[in-house]
Design a protein around this ligand. Structure first.
Ligand SMILES: CC(C)(COP(=O)(O)OP(=O)(O)OC[C@H]1O[C@@H](n2cnc3c(N)ncnc32)[C@H](O)[C@@H]1OP(=O)(O)O)[C@@H](O)C(=O)NCCC(=O)NCCS
Length: 168
């Protein structure tokens, strides 16, 4: 059975390995480490199978808007599931748990740069539908997505979504 809980300091090594094996490179593991080291407000969850971490998702601060109207929400990612545990619903459970926690915490939105066939099932839509674009040039509209959690606070918000510097 899979359980989801907040990441603990003792999970750090396992989390790093999950990203390295799932992505086949170091980049995402390094972003995760850099975010931890910055001591910023994060939501970091692990999925456990038989008490072992097999999946991980991280959410970190993203700001959207122009000078007079900047709203803070979260960016989803990196997320990874160990290759042999993929396609069993673990990634979905991590996304849904994260969105539920953030909604309860009054987070107004979550953005993600990801596969356009995967994230719409969780209510994500192209951010361009709401006049919100990625800080990175050349990103196709359908891969930069937003899930609005508080429509009232996002009503007149548009402009560039900026992730933390650890993503640069
Ligand atoms: C993306 C990832 C986290 C999904 O985790 P998961 O536990 O396999 O996901 P789930 O079992 O909940 O969902 C599986 C669904 O995701 C789809 N999916 C998984 N990876 C996908 C990808 N890279 N592109 C498109 N669809 C993908 C599968 O086709 C499957 O769809 P289906 O339900 O219609 O068959 C996992 O595949 C992974 O770690 N991939 C490598 C790292 C990565 O690309 N991370 C995401 C970017 S931050």
């Amino acid at each position: 059975m899979i359980t989801i809980r907040r990441e603990a300091p003792s999970d750090r090594e396992a989390v790093r390995l999950i990203h390295e094996l799932a992505f086949g490179r170091q980049d995402e593991a390094e972003i995760v480490d850099a975010l931890h080291e910055s001591n910023v407000a994060l939501l970091s969850l692990v999925a456990l199978y038989a008490d072992l971490p097999v999946g991980h998702i991280m959410f970190s601060q993203v700001r959207v808007g122009e000078e007079s109207c900047i709203v803070e929400g979260m960016g989803l990612g990196p997320m990874a599931v160990l290759p042999e545990y993929q396609r069993k619903g673990i990634g979905s459970a991590l996304v849904e748990s994260g969105l539920n926690i953030l909604k309860d915490d009054s987070c107004p939105f979550v953005v993600v740069l990801g596969h356009p066939k995967y994230y719409p099932r969780f209510g994500f839509e192209p951010a361009s539908n709401r006049g919100i674009k990625s800080q990175w040039k050349g990103i196709p509209n359908d891969v930069f997505m937003i899930r609005v959690l508080d429509e009232d606070r996002m009503k007149d918000v548009h402009g560039v979504a900026r992730y933390r510097d650890e993503f640069s």
